[in-house]
Design a protein around this ligand. Structure first.
Ligand code: ATP
Ligand code: MG
Length: 792
């Protein structure tokens, strides 16, 4: 039963490809080959092979043709043992003869006609169905458990070895890959029936060398040639030229849709129908025509996998080729990508289950690894621009106006001079991103360096010149959607591949990188435990516990961070900051301080408090009788102090040159002490009323009375100040004065750009300071963002 080809010698003795089993010696191999499992699979393979040889693929018959009618028709060529029809509508069928002779004579017949209609008869693709059935078994194999992985990597001798084991455990097996190829061929076969000359092209992790057992199957349906066929067909019709037989059947299949003018939704509808009705095993088909890239999602039962079909998405196919190339440039790329992907999955930072969502997706994460490898010293990987310059004439490629040229073979790219091992590179990855200023910069793989966010803020200028009414559109065209994490696509330079990432994900990513970096400094990371304890990657892969940051018992500091969020800023502020260059952080901080002050003074109606003696934050006893709760004295004059020097606490680094290996943002420069804008500020404030208590109800009542539409908390300063006023007026018996101090500073460059506001109570006789702070934690950032968004 053809067993010989199934066995190959391996590091562990012998390997049976059919059963995916290792045998340590000849004796156990013999036993395995005689065993039940192997024999069963051999028989199954023989059966599948015979089935494949005895079957034909039939299409073009009338939709209401029954299985019996097909069987009756083909009986004339030999006994028919089975007819498999697509589910609902008879669009194609597999006819299986009992003997090969039937297949041969049916195929030898030049023309087949049923009910006056010419039908198509083709050989069934000769696939190794034994392997396909093996795939089914293989892909349904439970994925490696964390316990098993931990056990295996604990046995490794070094972190380098552990990382190689990670690849080995997760990568798509040869069988996995073949099974996917078979499915692609099946889809190609079916789709060609309806859309002549179309191409089904796999992209993404199934083919980019970073795939894992369970990864989805991303496919592009390329309809460029089909469109040409259709256009040609129409021309012939108009000129009355003779149409080929093929042309006629193509016309009938394409008659419902004009590809040249069809909307994405219409094309997806057709794809959905073909998938549902004509591909056995396909279910849960869902069309998402309004997504950025319209897509049809489906599940394929046989392989238990999820698939995606997008239309004409040539950029994705090209960036997949790019990932393939990069993976071939240096053998360290794959282990790093697999390790980082698994780490990120464990920490719930990446892997949006259905594409959309607030986490990083695997594509974005892979780009982050590549970007890091472009920035180590010496670089492991060249920039995309450097690769472009190495491309020869045949490798020049422009898609949708973007230059996508790069060499097709790794051989053409000079080898890296970097000799760091995997263990050091992984450590470096965490260090690099724990210091990376995501909100203040844009990751550019094209240039291989971080670009200042100001280069992108200024792009708004292009918008004002656009014709009336086209603002929105132009905005999308002129620049990427900015967010907490900005990663430019290597080719489509107007696309932020991390545009979906939320502030929370960004914060978590930063926190986890810091934690990982700290751990990588320990002995436990570097050295195998002699006592069999977990070491190396094991601790890195510990799942995110969802717990608080203060698990080490540290007292929670009373800080509120307000990140720099380019996306929410008013247009005029974006422009202003865009032209501020390196000083944009200070400009932004200045505006932010004004907003903070407005929130405390106008919205929450706090009053200035006296500075504690010696500027120390001692608790004052007793209250200041002169202070009037509702007095509107501006804290700017009495309560606020600004500092224009940077010598205190954390100095703000400002980027100067973006190219450096040690710091993602390059060299740093301390603030100019004469700078017009301060990098620190503080306020001493007082509040006598519980302006944080019961706000929701007061807001609701207020809006009801005034018949205004409900707005979320913090989205309108005038509503919020009326809410405060109501609370103050209702409180007949004001409490003791609560006095507190806010110290604000801006940080960025060597870390995420943000304003950090430190709160301390200077007089809290009522014991309400914690409650007030808790309220401010969510209210203040929202309110400040609202004000910054409206700033003219
Ligand atoms: P997995 O499917 O295992 O999560 P993947 O590498 O296939 O990993 P996907 O997120 O499925 O990653 O993306 C598949 C392909 O789709 C990518 O290779 C890329 O071509 C394209 N793609 C995915 N996300 C984006 C994005 N945000 N922007 C641009 N293209 C993207
Ligand atoms: Mg994918």
């Amino acid at each position: 039963m053809e067993c010989e080809g199934d066995v190959q010698s391996s590091a562990k003795g012998f390997y049976c490809k059919l059963c995916d089993i290792n045998a340590p010696n000849k004796l156990s191999l013999q036993e395995h080959l005689k065993g039940k499992k192997h024999q069963h699979l051999c028989r199954l393979r023989a059966k599948r092979k015979a089935q494949a040889e005895n079957s034909i693929f039939v299409s073009g018959f009338k939709p209401d043709t029954s299985r019996t009618e097909l069987a009756e028709y083909f009986q004339q060529y030999g006994p028919v043992s089975e007819v498999i029809m697509d589910k609902e509508k008879g669009v194609y069928a597999i006819v299986e003869f009992s003997e090969t002779a039937g297949t041969q004579s049916a195929l030898a017949q030049l023309e087949h006609r049923m009910d006056g209609l010419k039908i198509r008869v083709k050989p069934r693709e000769r696939k190794d169905f034994a392997l396909a059935s093996k795939e089914k078994h293989d892909t349904k194999r439970p994925h490696i458990s964390l316990e098993k992985l931990n056990y295996e990597i604990c046995q490794a001798a070094s972190v380098n070895e552990q990382m190689l084991k990670v690849v080995e455990s997760f990568q798509l097996s040869e069988n996995d890959q073949k099974a996917r190829e078979l499915l692609v061929q099946l889809l190609q076969e079916v789709f060609t029936e309806f859309l002549p000359d179309c191409q089904i092209v796999p992209f993404g992790s199934s083919v980019n060398t970073f795939g894992v057992h369970s990864c989805d199957l991303d496919l592009v349906l390329d309809l460029e040639h089909t469109k040409a066929v259709q256009t040609q067909g129409k021309k012939s019709e108009q000129t009355g030229e003779n149409q080929s037989e093929d042309g006629r059947s193509e016309d009938s299949m394409l008659s419902d849709i004009d590809l040249a003018t069809a909307s994405p939704a219409e094309v997806l509808e057709l794809v959905t129908a073909i998938l549902l009705k004509c591909v056995p095993g396909v279910h849960k088909v869902q069309s998402l025509s309004t997504a950025r890239l319209p897509v049809v999602k489906f599940s394929y039962r046989e392989l238990s996998l999820q698939g995606d079909i997008t239309i004409n998405n040539r950029l994705a196919v090209r960036n997949t080729r790019f990932l393939q190339l990069v993976s071939g440039l240096d053998s360290r790329v794959r282990p790093l990508v697999y390790t980082v992907r698994f780490w990120a999955k464990q920490k719930q930072l990446a892997g949006n289950p259905f594409g959309g969502g607030p986490l990083l997706n695997n594509y974005a994460l892979t780009l982050l690894v590549i970007f890091y490898l472009q920035n180590v010293n010496p670089p492991v990987l060249p920039s995309v621009e450097q690769l472009k310059n190495l491309a020869c004439e045949e490798e020049q490629c422009v898609i949708d106006g973007w230059d996508c040229s790069f060499p097709s073979l790794p051989l053409r790219v000079p080898t890296s001079k970097n000799t760091e091992d995997l263990c050091a590179l992984l450590f470096g990855f965490f260090t690099f991103y724990s210091k990376f200023d995501f909100p203040g910069s844009v990751v550019s793989l094209r240039e291989g360096r971080a670009l200042p966010i100001t280069d992108f803020l200024g792009r708004d200028e292009a918008m004002t010149d656009t014709p009336e009414g086209s603002d929105q559109k132009q905005k999308q065209i002129t620049g990427p959607k900015l967010g907490p994490v900005n990663i430019l696509d290597p080719f489509d330079l107007h696309h932020n591949v991390a545009g979906n990432v939320s502030e929370r994900t960004h914060r978590n990513f930063h926190r986890e990188c810091c934690e990982a970096e700290k751990y990588c400094r320990s002995q436990q990371y570097h050295h195998k435990s002699a006592k069999g304890k977990s070491w190396g990657l094991v601790r890195l892969f510990a799942p995110h516990d969802g717990g608080s940051q203060s698990k080490d018992g540290k007292e929670k500091t009373l800080d509120i961070s307000i990140p720099f969020r380019a996306s929410i800023l008013s247009e005029s502020l974006r422009k202003e900051l865009g032209s501020a260059g390196d000083a944009f952080r200070l400009h932004w901080f200045g505006k932010l301080c004004t907003a903070v002050e407005t929130v405390f003074k106008d919205v929450l109606k706090c009053t200035p408090a006296e500075e504690p003696a010696n500027n120390q934050h001692q608790t004052k006893s007793g209250k200041d009788e002169e202070e009037e709760v509702n007095n509107n004295k501006s804290p700017t004059t009495t309560g606020q102090q600004v500092t224009t020097h940077s010598g205190v606490k954390r100095p703000l680094p400002v980027e100067e040159s973006p190219s450096s290996s040690s710091s993602p943002q390059g060299k740093r420069q301390r603030l100019d002490p004469c700078a017009q804008h301060p990098d620190k500020s503080h306020w001493s404030l007082a509040q006598r009323h519980q302006v944080w208590a019961g706000r929701r109800k007061v807001r609701r009542d207020l809006l009801k009375k005034s018949e205004e539409s409900a707005e979320p908390e913090g989205s309108c300063s005038s509503i919020e100040s009326r809410v405060t006023q109501c609370i103050i007026e209702k409180e007949a018996d004001p409490r003791d004065l609560l006095e507190f101090r806010v110290d604000a500073a801006v940080v960025g460059g060597g870390e995420s750009t943000k304003a950090v506001l430190k709160f301390s109570s200077t007089n809290d006789l009522t014991g309400h300071f914690q409650d007030f702070f808790h309220f401010l934690e969510s209210f203040l950032p929202k309110m400040v963002d609202t004000l910054l968004a409206k700033l003219q």
